[in-house]
Design a protein around this ligand. Structure first.
Ligand SMILES: Cc1cc2nc3c(=O)[nH]c(=O)nc-3n(C[C@H](O)[C@H](O)[C@H](O)COP(=O)(O)O)c2cc1C
Length: 335
């Protein structure tokens, strides 16, 4: 199946369905490989990986498919420079950089033909990245798991604002709150050329997180996530004793240092690898409430594509008559 957009043409993929880079969940070859094989964009999250593991995962993906894939690199990472050297040496097809400006990498990667996507969370940053020469933008809104924008402006509003600000000049991937085909359709109608799916792909056998984490994603409803850690690298996570403690501190006006101690004392790794679903950071988006089952990643991709086509077909037909839209075929509009 193919659903063609500017993004699929830019990246050489069949479907505008992107598996969001997620530390631990996609820090191994299995998830990005399965998504790439299914025709979507698989993204290896380099953030928590050591160099040798990153190199091995890239080799495994290449051994499993000749389709394009991406590597996500948070630029604040203390190993970012070495990782960039490795990614250049491996000539990765697509780079998705977050948390920093594109000037550090753009020339060297464009020179070797790598498609450079940059993660942004506001219009100003988006225009700057576009002017620096990136090929496309990932626009992350407030619903997103992981690090939503500190402003928490919703994806619904932010994607349109970025689309206006960039005047449609480069492809956008909308990120935060999608999870199904109706989400993909919504993303395309907001002015994006593809959608990122993060939380939806945590509930796959391929995601590199604990069973307890996956069960928490299945069990949570749309209102069961909360943003904590404002000013400390805020995250959106499923409510648990750790987030309750943070919320108590925030509501009682605790000092930044006190909040930092608790915030830094819990990690994503604790939840993802050790299965500590009470004390760790269960990072997930509001779309966790739309995720109902653990399914192989290739089936998730197929279902999103099929659901998208059904949702598209179910849209009301529109005829423009006498200055007004008619929503039902044949409906007469007075005017
Ligand atoms: C567990 C988890 C880990 C994440 N890690 C990263 C990361 O390493 N780099 C990054 O750019 N974004 C990261 N994100 C954000 C995602 O790339 C994406 O923006 C988000 O998941 C989209 O929202 P959704 O979960 O509602 O689909 C992470 C998100 C989650 C849920």
């Amino acid at each position: 199946m193919k659903i063609e957009t500017r993004l699929t043409r830019l990246l050489g993929i069949d479907l505008p369905i992107c598996q969001a880079g997620m530390s631990w969940a996609s820090s191994n070859s299995a998830l990005p490989l399965a998504v790439a094989r299914a025709g979507g964009l698989g993204v290896l999250a380099a953030g928590p990986m050591y160099l040798d593991a990153l190199e091995q995962a890239i080799d495994e993906i290449r051994a499993g498919t000749d389709r394009p894939f991406a590597v996500n690199l948070p630029l604040y990472n203390k190993r970012a420079e070495e990782m960039m050297d490795l990614l250049e040496m491996k000539r990765v097809p697509i780079l998705v950089c977050s948390q920093g400006g594109p000037k550090k990498y753009i020339d060297r990667f464009k020179a070797i033909g790598t498609r450079c996507l940059h993660v942004v969370a506001g219009e100003t940053h988006a225009v700057k990245a576009m002017e620096a020469g990136v090929d496309g933008l990932v626009v992350v809104g407030g619903e997103a798991g992981g690090h939503p924008p500190p402003t928490q402006v919703s994806t619904l509003v932010l994607v349109r604002a970025v689309s206006h600000a960039t005047e449609g000049r480069i492809p956008l991937i909308a990120s935060g709150g999608f999870a199904d085909g109706r989400g993909l359709l919504a993303a395309l109608s907001l002015g994006a050329d593809g959608a990122n799916f993060g939380t939806r792909f945590i509930a796959t056998p391929e995601a590199g997180v604990s069973v307890g984490y996956k069960e928490a994603v299945l069990g949570a409803r749309v209102a069961d996530t909360v943003c904590v850690g404002q000013g400390l690298g805020m995250i959106r996570a499923i409510r648990n004793p750790f987030t309750d403690r943070m919320v108590d501190l925030e509501n009682s006006g605790a000092s930044l240092d006190d909040r930092r101690d608790v915030f830094a004392g819990a990690t994503l790794k604790m939840a993802a690898l050790d299965g500590d679903v009470e004390g760790g950071k269960l990072e997930a988006g509001q779309s966790t409430g739309l995720v109902g089952a653990i399914k192989p990643a290739h089936l998730v991709v197929e279902e999103i594509a099929e659901d998208y086509l059904r949702a598209l077909a179910a849209l009301p037909g529109r005829t423009f008559l006498n200055g007004r839209y008619s929503y039902d075929e044949g409906e007469k509009v007075n005017g």
